[in-house]
Design a protein around this ligand. Structure first.
Ligand SMILES: Cc1cc2nc3c(=O)[nH]c(=O)nc-3n(C[C@H](O)[C@H](O)[C@H](O)COP(=O)(O)O)c2cc1C
Length: 165
């Protein structure tokens, strides 16, 4: 039995400021799936690899487990509503969301700060989550500043006063 309780762990991890992504995919029937995730991380530049992790109890988990591709949409600072929408389980997540179609018809969320189209190259068990490793095949970086997240709250991303310009 672990001496680490989940509430304290969540509280401690909350000190780590992250961006906010929505990871999207489609299944074999063409149904779209999307989930808000801040577990996204860069892994390797050469080859270009990224990862994210998903709770095995998520409704969309079977779709992400079975897909060969996913898109990491890095949300812009004005996309809190998009983050909230994809953080709730439901069938209608894409209704009213402006999307473009990327490789293999995967949904790309319009207005994001950046996106990375990935081929899934590995899946690792991670306790109550699974870790998906993606090989980046296409990407885009726009001009919009990213949304940030810490201690369960959305933040704007501002340069530190002591940072060199
Ligand atoms: C800022 C934020 C970050 C999140 N990060 C993750 C994550 O990295 N992995 C995960 O499985 N769920 C994460 N969640 C929770 C999922 O978005 C949420 O459980 C969602 O309802 C899952 O959708 P689904 O049940 O349709 O699969 C996050 C939620 C928020 C608000």
């Amino acid at each position: 039995m672990s001496s680490i309780d989940s509430k304290s762990l969540r509280n401690t991890l909350g000190a780590f400021t992250t961006g906010v992504t929505v990871i999207t995919t489609v299944d074999a029937e063409g149904r779209r799936f999307g989930v808000t995730a801040n577990s996204f991380s860069s892994v390797s530049l050469d080859p270009p690899l990224v990862l994210w992790s998903q709770s095995t109890t998520s409704r969309s988990h079977p779709a992400f487990r079975d897909t060969g591709r996913f898109v990491v949409n890095i949300l812009a600072v004005d996309q809190i509503a998009v983050s909230d929408r994809f953080a709730r389980s439901g069938d209608d997540k894409f209704v009213g969301v402006d999307i473009d179609e990327g490789l293999d018809g995967l949904p790309i969320i319009r207005g994001a700060a950046a996106f990375l189209e990935c081929r899934k190259v590995a899946t690792y068990p991670g306790g109550d989550h699974v870790v998906f490793l993606g090989h980046v095949e296409n990407m885009f970086r726009g001009e919009r500043p990213p949304l940030a997240f810490r201690d369960g709250r959305y933040l704007t991303h501002l340069a530190h006063a002591l940072a060199e310009v």
